[in-house]
Write a protein that binds this ligand. Structure first.
Ligand code: O7M
Length: 216
């Protein structure tokens, strides 16, 4: 994934035709497209390969299981054409190490969730987020997910992860600002609804890219 636009589209639509149309439309303005359960359950695993014609695909399966099951999920995602897989870290070092091992086999990236962007993340995740970031570093993961809704947390997580990649969701529909997240240390912002629900997704994506360019 080349850091060009600093923008990742979260393609949380469930219909294959719509997913392809949006991807084609915004491809010039995104560095990657994140696909999760909504689209894969709606359109099948083959959608990863289809969308990868437009941009590198990040499979957001938030893998959270024992090492063997985590391995099977990562293996299927990479084999389907994903360039990266998102996993949880709270399952502990052995599960995470197994994901990183599979990632290396495919020359793919493993990205670890630290603190999520929604208010409920403060219940259980926030107190452990810095530990999760540390575990991501120790396990050899390529990067972490940190909340654009709390730029101060992105800043703290950046201090821990050094030069690992930080991808940051929560911009737009969840109230976060792309410029603030990037200024706080995110490499990429992840944006879903503000783009795919816009009357013109391409113009919306371009607007976010310009906002990021202006803040640097
Ligand atoms: O811009 P939105 O709010 O429509 O979409 C945000 C996307 O980012 C959506 O796919 C969420 O599942 C995802 N996300 C969060 O919103 N918050 C998080 O803390 C983590 C993620 C995520 O991508 O995790 C890997």
């Amino acid at each position: 994934m080349s850091k060009n636009k600093n923008l990742i589209l979260a393609l949380d639509v469930t219909d294959r035709t719509r997913a392809v149309a949006i991807s084609k439309d915004v491809a010039d303005y995104v560095d990657a497209i994140k696909i999760g359960y909504p689209l894969v359950l709606g359109a099948g695993l083959g959608i990863i390969n289809t969308i990868s014609e437009f941009a590198p695909v990040i499979a957001d399966f938030k893998v959270a299981d024992i090492p063997n099951t985590a391995k099977l999920i990562c293996d299927l995602a990479f084999r389907a054409g994903a360039g990266a897989v998102i996993v949880h870290g709270f399952t502990g070092h052995d599960s995470l190490l197994e994901c990183v091992r599979v990632g290396r086999e495919y020359r793919g990236d493993i990205l670890v969730v630290t603190e999520m962007s929604h208010p409920g993340a403060l219940d259980f995740m926030a107190p452990e987020a810095l530990k999760l970031a540390r575990l991501a570093v120790e396990s050899g993961a390529c990067g972490v997910v940190a909340p654009a809704t709390r730029p101060e947390r992105v800043r703290e997580i950046r201090r821990i992860v050094g030069d690992l990649t930080i991808i940051s969701p929560g911009v737009g529909a969840q109230g976060g600002s792309a410029a603030e997240a990037i200024r706080a240390g995110a490499d990429y912002v992840i944006v879903g609804r503000s783009i795919y629900n816009a009357r013109n997704p391409r113009i919306e994506a371009e607007k976010i890219v310009r906002e990021i360019e202006m803040c640097r």
